[in-house]
Design a protein around this ligand. Structure first.
Ligand SMILES: [Zn+2]
Length: 158
């Protein structure tokens, strides 16, 4: 009788079907579950909305959608969020500010920005206006001209 070893755990397998797929039934079930999970996670990675200087977020059947990428993951590996004061909104705030003022300055300001702009967004989504962000930053003593939007667009696409 032919035997082989499971490619996942190394145990001996004898069942012809197991030998053919190279895994015992338990490892195979685990492998398929992993594949499923991976697929679901990939589906969750929605395309970005187009970026036109204002920050946009909205809910879809597949989850939250944004027009900026989560370039920095500090609090929430499972993604950015809004409408409350938790870790997902903290990462949204950090990533918005990092676009406007760079990561170092963003680290100083993002919790305040979160309370002011991100936690207050309606659950279904909304817009944070570029001009509101610029004015808020001006209050914080940070002034930059419109030329800096070029930078931002570049980061959003990259
Ligand atoms: Zn196995």
């Amino acid at each position: 009788m032919a035997t082989a070893n499971c490619t996942a755990c190394g145990r001996q397998i004898k069942d012809p079907i197991s030998i053919k797929r190279g895994m015992g039934p338990i490892c195979y079930a685990r492998y398929m579950a992993e594949l499923d999970k991976k697929e679901q996670e990939e589906e969750k990675q929605l395309e970005l909305l187009p970026f036109d200087d204002d920050i946009i977020c909205r809910r879809t059947l597949n989850g939250p959608q944004f027009n900026i990428p989560q370039r920095f993951v500090k609090h929430s590996p499972s993604g950015m969020e809004w409408g409350y004061g938790g870790s997902g909104p903290a990462d949204f705030a950090l990533n918005i500010l990092a676009l406007f003022v760079g990561l170092e300055k963003a680290e100083e300001l993002y919790q305040e920005f979160k309370s002011r702009f991100v936690a207050t967004l309606p659950f279904e989504g909304g817009v944070i206006k570029k001009t509101d962000i610029m004015n808020w930053l001006k209050e914080k003593g940070i002034k930059r001209g419109d030329d800096w939007l070029e930078d931002i667009r570049c980061h959003v696409q990259g």
